[in-house]
Design a protein around this ligand. Structure first.
Ligand code: AMP
Ligand code: MG
Length: 486
């Protein structure tokens, strides 16, 4: 483990040169203070745990100071936003500070909220405390759930006023991932008609992140196929966890298939396939049940951008792998959630009928699966039954479930244990995040952020004394409005 000054940097993206970015120094936020930092992420980049409590850490990640290894840059990209192509996006408020070399892995450190860049358009280059806390907690909560995601090292708060719907406080967030290249990065070079630059970008990404494609005799189709695979797996995890991303624009799609750019995301409470977590998404383009199809739409957009690298036949052949990959992964996850061993044809009906019953009853998605994990053949299962209005229909479903469990001769504690290891007790409910944000904003008390962080790193454990955090939201927490504003 190293101190900040000992971290080794190998800024490979910077080495790529000018067409890919603009060099920009962070503006920094004023009178910075630590809101929260993740020891797990510090460890990931090889940073000594005590370093996060030093003033230097705060100076660096509030954008006040630069570490000798930093070469800050704003990446250029474009992307499809709500279905429409936006030719010029890019890091409007984030800077890639540098890439830490640690245990044969490289980690981008990206400072979000660092000030204006050539890509800020009408924005102020700032982030607010509220959205920074949300991104921080959700990145780490997703990691706790085992869902592919970018990570977050810390949130630093500042005193600058930031104007959104109201005046809010500034903050920075440090995002950590192996690469910040997005679908939109490729789209930018395709639409600006720079096939040579696009090829360099593809070769760079392949060399660093998809070395298996180098072994393949069809390098680019293999590479595209890998992205398709990873994206399908990521979205299958979202669907199984009841997670809605909220803004699946192609500039928010990571080339690595990680959940990327947390804005108005939400974990579903009552099961509702039409759930829209983003108040600004009036038409429900990114509603929960649309996510798998939007994943394919976005991959199509990426495929189009990569069309100078492979034939249409290759593109189509690879895109056809998306649906089967998604369905196989989702089915595997749902079988695990139900505690099923092996695969039977009727399994699909078992979970889709349960989801229908849940929808009819307005049952809480997370609570239902956790309660089902405690299901016992020898018990009355009152708590479980009470989650459904129509006892008769649910009773019939339970009968089928029972039959399936009996076949695998695994009805008891070992199944319960397996199910609890995949059905979280604790998720980042919007109202929990909101409570932590209000404490931070109004009382400068960050203890609730830290409490949630610790809880969500181990979402499948019981956590004595924390049971209330597993409850469905109180009335005030049901109607929280989360928009794109951040
Ligand atoms: P997002 O909706 O966060 O994915 O952002 C979409 C685009 O808007 C990206 O190019 C961002 O860098 C840019 N952007 C978002 N908020 C701001 C801001 N406050 N200042 C400058 N650019 C921003
Ligand atoms: Mg974005």
């Amino acid at each position: 483990m190293k101190s900040l000054k000992q971290l080794k940097f190998n800024n490979t993206f910077h080495h790529l040169g000018k067409p890919f970015y603009s060099e920009v120094n962070p503006q920094g936020i004023s009178r910075p203070f630590l809101v929260s930092a993740s020891q797990q992420v510090a460890q990931l980049i090889g940073l000594r745990p005590d370093e996060i409590h030093t003033p230097y850490f705060i100076d660096l990640f509030s954008g006040q100071a630069l570490l000798p290894g930093f070469q800050p840059l704003a990446m250029v990209y474009s992307g499809h936003q709500f279905g429409f192509y936006n030719p010029q996006l890019g890091d409007g408020r984030a800077l890639l500070l540098g890439e830490v070399d640690c245990n044969a892995e490289k980690w981008d450190l990206s400072l979000k909220g660092a000030g204006m860049t050539p890509y800020s358009r009408n924005g102020d280059g700032r982030s607010v405390l509220r959205s920074s806390i949300r991104e921080f907690l959700c990145s780490e909560a997703m990691a706790g759930l085992g869902i592919p995601t970018t990570r977050a090292l810390c949130v630093i708060g500042g005193e600058d006023p930031v104007f959104r719907e109201t005046v809010e406080k500034s903050a920075t967030l440090v995002r950590v991932t192996q690469s910040h290249v997005r679908f939109g990065t490729f789209e930018y070079f395709h639409y600006t008609e720079k096939p040579e630059v696009l090829k360099r970008l593809a070769d760079y990404v392949i060399c660093h992140h998809f070395p298996e494609s180098l072994e393949s005799d069809e390098k680019y189709p293999h590479f595209f196929g890998e992205i398709i695979q990873r994206t399908a797996v990521m979205i299958a995890h979202w669907q199984a966890a009841g997670f809605a991303h909220g803004v699946m624009n192609t500039d928010n799609m990571s080339i690595l298939g990680q959940t990327f750019d947390y804005g108005p995301f939400g974990f579903m409470e009552d099961y509702d396939p039409g759930y829209i977590c983003n108040h600004s998404d009036v038409k429900g383009r990114y509603a929960f049940q649309q996510q798998p199809a939007i994943g394919l739409t976005n991959l199509n957009a990426l495929g189009y951008a990569l069309s100078s690298l492979m034939t249409n036949e290759d593109l189509i052949r690879k895109l056809q792998e998306y649906e089967p990959t998604f369905h196989a992964c989702y089915a595997g996850l749902m079988r695990k959630k139900l505690g099923l061993l092996g695969a039977q044809d009727e399994d699909h009906d078992l979970w889709s009928d349960l989801l229908q019953l849940m929808e009819n009853a307005g049952a809480n998605y997370t609570i239902l699966f956790r309660t089902l994990s405690e299901y016992s053949i020898d018990d009355t299962n009152t708590e479980l039954r009470e989650l459904f209005k129509d006892q008769e229909e649910f009773g019939a479903w339970l009968g089928r479930y029972n039959g399936r469990l009996k076949q695998q001769e695994d009805t008891g504690p070992s199944r319960q244990k397996r199910m609890k290891a995949v059905n979280p007790k604790y998720i980042l409910r919007n109202y929990l995040a909101q409570r932590a944000i209000e404490k931070a904003e109004k009382e400068q008390d960050y203890s609730e952020v830290n409490r949630l962080l610790a809880l969500l790193y181990r979402p499948f454990d019981e956590h004595e004394g924390m049971e209330a955090y597993a409850d469905a939201p109180p009335d005030w927490g049901k109607s929280l409005v989360i928009s794109c504003s951040s």
